[in-house]
Ligand binder design. Structure first.
Ligand code: SF4
Length: 175
């Protein structure tokens, strides 16, 4: 979507990042249809692998982060996402609390891997699934499984307007 429409050249750059998750929260954004068209006019959707082929490039004004941290690689990757992001918003239960995959936190993940995989030695995973806020500063948390698409549009609109999102109390502003 980057470079399309009648957007001003200085439009804020949006990135959507995926960590350990089912993609359901990102799909909420794609499911916004008419609202997404309006968003695309106001924002440069500069990185969104589910919707565009644009590579990671430079910094972003707003990052939406889906998913939890479950691997050493993702623990490094979220640091890079934070460095590139002026504002970082986590979307969904996986990103805000670790998700259903955090059930591993109460068990031995090596035992799970040995039961599930023929070659568990190929699996490079952390012992726990943790929310994004355990690793980097998060500016706003939008909770839900999946998130409510109306609330997502409200969060994006609030960011564009420079105001606090008017979402229910289960969404948490960490600033
Ligand atoms: Fe999927 Fe729920 Fe996680 Fe969103 S919060 S990515 S819908 S499992």
């Amino acid at each position: 979507m980057s470079g399309q429409g009648h957007r001003t050249p200085s439009a804020p750059r949006l990135a959507v990042w995926k960590f350990a998750s089912c993609d359901g929260c990102q799909l909420s954004l794609l499911d916004c249809e008419d609202e997404l068209l309006a968003v695309a006019q106001a924002l440069d959707i500069a990185y969104f692998p589910e919707a565009t082929r644009a590579p990671i490039r430079g910094n972003y004004d707003l990052s939406l982060v889906e998913g939890s941290i479950t691997t050493p690689h993702d623990a490094e990757r979220i640091q890079d996402v934070r460095r590139r992001s002026r504002a970082l918003v986590t979307i969904g239960a996986c990103a805000t609390s670790g998700g259903v995959q955090a059930l591993r936190n109460f068990a031995n993940v090596c035992e799970y891997a040995s039961i599930v995989y023929a070659r568990p030695d190929y699996i490079h995973t952390l012992a726990t699934s943790t929310p994004i806020s355990d690793h980097v500063k998060v500016d706003f948390e939008l909770r839900g499984c999946p998130i409510d698409k109306g609330q997502l549009i409200e969060v994006i609109s609030a960011f564009l307007a420079g105001r606090k999102p008017a979402t229910p109390s289960h969404s948490v502003c960490l600033q």
